[in-house]
Write a protein that binds this ligand. Structure first.
Ligand code: ADP
Ligand code: MG
Length: 694
């Protein structure tokens, strides 16, 4: 099935609409993020101006939009260009001034001839005790109906007025087709929702401010449609993954036993539980798609390693992808002795490996000499061929879309997929971003960790803090020193870090190292390695250390301009310390007087170390937006739905989809066909491909 022809009008170019030409098409595209009629129909009004209110002049309240019939008394043209042109009008009850700035005299005279009656509309404002309207809309009394309406106000961009958008939108409304109903009839009835086409029309013709409420039934219905399409897509991806068939990794677990023996600690209950979830998935024939969510320091790496050993013991390969070179190296190095202890051969492959060296590595991957492959994106390049990839682990990746996850597992036959994230994603977000995955939570930290003591300090106190650090360092402490984000530019971040590095060298001499994003990978590694070994005591860094670095001996974290960081980012950074058994500290330095929100944010950091609470607080203080980088995955780019408001609808949509796919996995029933139309409507064409190639 290709896109149903009924939808065609919605996919026509905007230029087919009144008032949209080649000239302003680009502006429209900037405003709407697309060029289709549908993009405009998804562009909902954010306000209404009610022009139905029609008082006498003496009853018109200050600040309210009113439409009034008046007689034009006299024009007062402006003497200088900087002055306004005024027109005095009246009705039986009082006088009203109409005010025009930089207007053309001839045009105003034509619009408002002296002695004539006119209907004027606009926001009434009192100026020196008299009511006035600046730049009113004006029509003749016969045209009154055309003016006295409820006018929706759209989000705009420079160069496009509300009139132009409105005109095009009215045109677009004429393109809305009748479509088969994809909602469950009883749910629709229970919610008292109207038809899709009526709802879309109504949303563009709000009759009051109440209609703009995201919880208004009309908006709810449209939001539900979108959430349903989202959940159905994820459901189909999952269904296909499962159907493609996985393989059963059934083995006694000898390798794993060896590794557990080699570990200097015993697993936490949460780690055991996650592993048992993973084992169940891996033993089952269906393919695994599991997310392990655990706060920083909860010990995800070892869980991943133990999962990989199961694949290896069954004769398959396992690969683990980290988001950065540093992290990939660190994983490889920390796992190597453990893997060697069980006689497992591992290699590391990153973008840095080139030419002959890379050839050798690729060969080891292709002939199975490498049993465990650790690396960056490089390990999933097209020309990397695995002998037999059984398990793919993605570490710290919330920046991955559903499609990318698919391409990963297509590297092998029925490859199991395990995603590890430190991001404490609130439940509702998990559902949209990872709705296609099963979730295990590491909700328990390894024992013996002392809470990190967090201190807020004004940056003027920097020197006295440095004195304190000197003492700590002489006692063996190691310090991360994170420099501020500067204008989102990597280059100025680096400059700030270099400057701080120079200053700190005066205090700590050659015990200070520097890493920033612009350094060559080898240089970064070398510095990190020196810090890990203790040759360096202070590591000055831009946020490159944010993700996943593990140096248990580091007990002090200094973050400059902490007020510029997001809460979740601060949480991730702070999670770099407090990994050993010594007391750790986190200094949050801030500059200048802090606003209320900034103060509240920073004190949240002092109050708790619980990633979930912090994430929720973040959501609350920042509104939605780019929480935790989840937005970048595209999973949260809803056009209509707003998960903070529509969380319950989301849960319903998920359950709805489960039922649908249980009963009608091919979407071939009447409702199934309607649901396909829904998927096309939301441009989830790819999801439909999954159905076909099933
Ligand atoms: P994250 O979940 O942030 O990736 P890591 O896997 O890097 O955490 O683990 C953090 C630290 O905790 C590492 O030094 C690791 O060796 C240690 N660790 C992991 N599991 C345990 C455990 N059960 N008991 C004690 N220490 C552990
Ligand atoms: Mg980790």
């Amino acid at each position: 099935m290709s896109r149903p022809f009924e939808l065609d009008p919605l996919f026509r170019r905007l230029t087919t609409l009144p008032g949209v030409g080649e000239k302003n098409a680009a502006l429209f595209e900037r405003l709407l993020g697309g060029q289709k009629v549908l993009d405009l129909l998804w562009h909902f009004p954010i306000d209404v101006i009610d022009r139905r209110f029609s008082p006498n002049i003496n009853e018109a309240p200050n600040g309210r939009v009113a439409t009034m019939e008046v007689r034009v008394i006299k024009h007062f043209p402006n003497a200088r260009r900087s002055q306004p042109y005024r027109v005095k009008c009246s009705d039986n009850t009082g006088e009203l001034n109409l005010t025009f700035f930089r207007a053309n005299k001839g045009w105003i005279e034509k619009l408002l001839p002296e002695g004539e009656r006119r209907v004027v509309s606009g926001k009434v404002e009192y100026y020196q005790g008299n009511p006035q309207i600046v730049h009113p809309d004006v029509v003749s009394p016969e045209e009154r109906e055309s003016l006295q309406t409820v006018e929706p106000i759209y989000p705009l961009t420079a160069g496009i007025t509300n009139k132009v958008v409105r005109k095009a939108a009215i045109g677009a409304l004429g393109f809305i087709p009748k479509l088969p109903e994809w909602l469950d009839p009883s749910y629709k009835k229970q919610q008292q929702w109207i038809e899709w086409d009526e709802a879309l029309d109504a949303v563009h013709n709000p009759q009051s401010v109440g209609a703009l409420d995201p919880e208004h039934p009309i908006r709810q219905r449209l939001a539900y449609d979108e959430l349903l399409a989202n959940q159905l897509t994820l459901g189909l991806v999952r269904q296909r993954q499962k159907k493609l068939g996985g393989r059963s990794f059934e083995c006694p677990g000898l390798l794993r036993e060896k590794m557990i023996e080699a570990l200097p600690f015993s697993l936490t209950g949460a780690q055991e539980r996650a592993l048992s979830d993973i084992d169940t998935d891996m033993v089952a024939k269906a393919r695994m798609l599991r997310l392990v969510q655990g706060d920083v320091g909860s010990g995800k790496t070892v869980v991943a390693a133990l999962a990989m050993l199961r694949a290896v013991e069954c004769g398959a390969q396992a690969a683990m992808m980290a988001p950065t070179e540093i992290l990939a190296r660190q994983h490889a190095e920390s796992l190597k002795p453990l893997l060697e202890a069980c006689g497992v051969r591992s290699i590391i492959l990153t973008g840095r490996d080139k030419g002959k060296a890379r050839e050798v590595l690729l060969q080891q991957i292709a002939n199975g000499a490498a049993q465990i492959i650790i690396g960056t994106h490089a390990i999933f390049q097209d020309d990397v061929i695995y002998e037999d990839l059984g398990l793919a682990v993605i570490d710290e990746q919330h920046r991955f879309g559903v499609e990318q996850r698919l391409s990963l597992s297509s590297k092998g036959k029925g490859t199991d997929v395990l995603v590890m994230t430190a991001t404490p994603i609130p439940r509702t977000l998990t559902l949209t971003a990872y709705g296609d995955m099963d979730v295990s939570r590491l909700d328990e930290k390894p024992p013996g960790r002392k809470p990190v003591e967090t201190l807020l300090l004004p940056s003027e106190k920097l020197e006295s803090m440095v004195d304190g650090l000197q003492r700590k360092i002489s006692e063996g402490a190691r310090v991360y020193w994170v420099c501020p984000l500067v204008e989102e530019s990597e280059f100025s971040d680096m400059a700030a870090a270099e400057e701080r590095y120079d200053v700190l060298k005066q205090f700590f001499g050659d015990q200070v190292g520097l890493v920033h994003g612009r350094m060559k990978a080898e240089e970064k590694d070398a510095v990190m390695a020196q810090f890990a070994s203790g040759a360096l005591k202070v590591l000055v860094a831009t946020t490159v250390i944010e993700v996943g670095v593990n140096v248990p001996e580091a007990t002090i974290m200094v973050i400059e301009h902490a007020e510029r960081f997001g809460l979740s980012q601060l949480h991730q950074l702070r999670g770099r310390v407090g990994r050993g058994s010594d007391q750790s500290y986190c200094f949050l330095l801030y500059s200048g007087p802090l606003g209320e929100t900034a103060k509240e944010r920073l004190s949240v950091m002092r109050a708790t170390e619980d990633g979930f609470i912090i994430a929720e607080k973040d959501l609350e203080l920042r509104g939605s937006g780019d929480i935790l980088g989840v937005k970048q995955s595209g999973a949260l780019n809803f056009k209509i739905a707003n998960i903070e408001v529509h969380g319950e609808l989301l849960a319903t949509a998920r359950d709805d989809v489960k039922l649908i796919l249980d009963r009608d996995p091919e979407l071939s029933s009447e409702r199934g066909l309607a649901l396909k139309t829904l998927l096309y409507l939301f441009e989830r064409d790819q999801a439909i491909q999954y159905l076909r190639s099933g």
